[in-house]
Write a protein that binds this ligand. Sequence first.
Ligand code: GNR
Ligand code: NI
Length: 168
Amino acid sequence: MALLNILCYPDPRLHTVAKPVTVFDDKLRALVADMIETMYEAQGVGLAATQINVHQRLVVMDTSEERDQPIVLINPEITWASEARVKGEEGCLSVPGIYDGVERAVAVKVKAADEHGQVREIEGEGLLAVCIQHELDHLMGKVFVEYLSPLKRNRIKTKLLKAQREDA
Ligand code: GNR
Ligand code: NI
């Protein structure tokens, strides 16, 4: 097991479009285990492979209170989204310390494989629905700040670049 480094916005690698996973082997399962460990360590409810600079369609999530119900979505596709939408406060492990409102579908269904290649469909609402949509955006190279106004986004960019400079 190992902790993985999480890319920080505005790192251009966060805009890479992920490719489907084609091989379900022990190497993939080891990566999934490391991503779950990294998500728990960072206290996130989800982590997309894009965020750890692996550009494959793979995400892990856990929206449970006890943080003991990890969900693995490989090659996920949204098969249904409710017409009802709601604006909620979002954050992102790749955009530390920034929270803002994003409008999303209230409920979604997602078809995805697990780490053994077993395909199933999951329905999510509330935080799980938000998380599914947020993570699938990452796989398309999209970060939630791209839903905000250019003014807000530029302020966030400047702030994070400054913080990264001071860190280095
Ligand atoms: O930990 C996270 N919390 C969160 C809160 C509201 C909406 C979305 C999220 S996802 C985020 C983890 C993350 O960055 N996943 O990509
Ligand atoms: Ni995120």
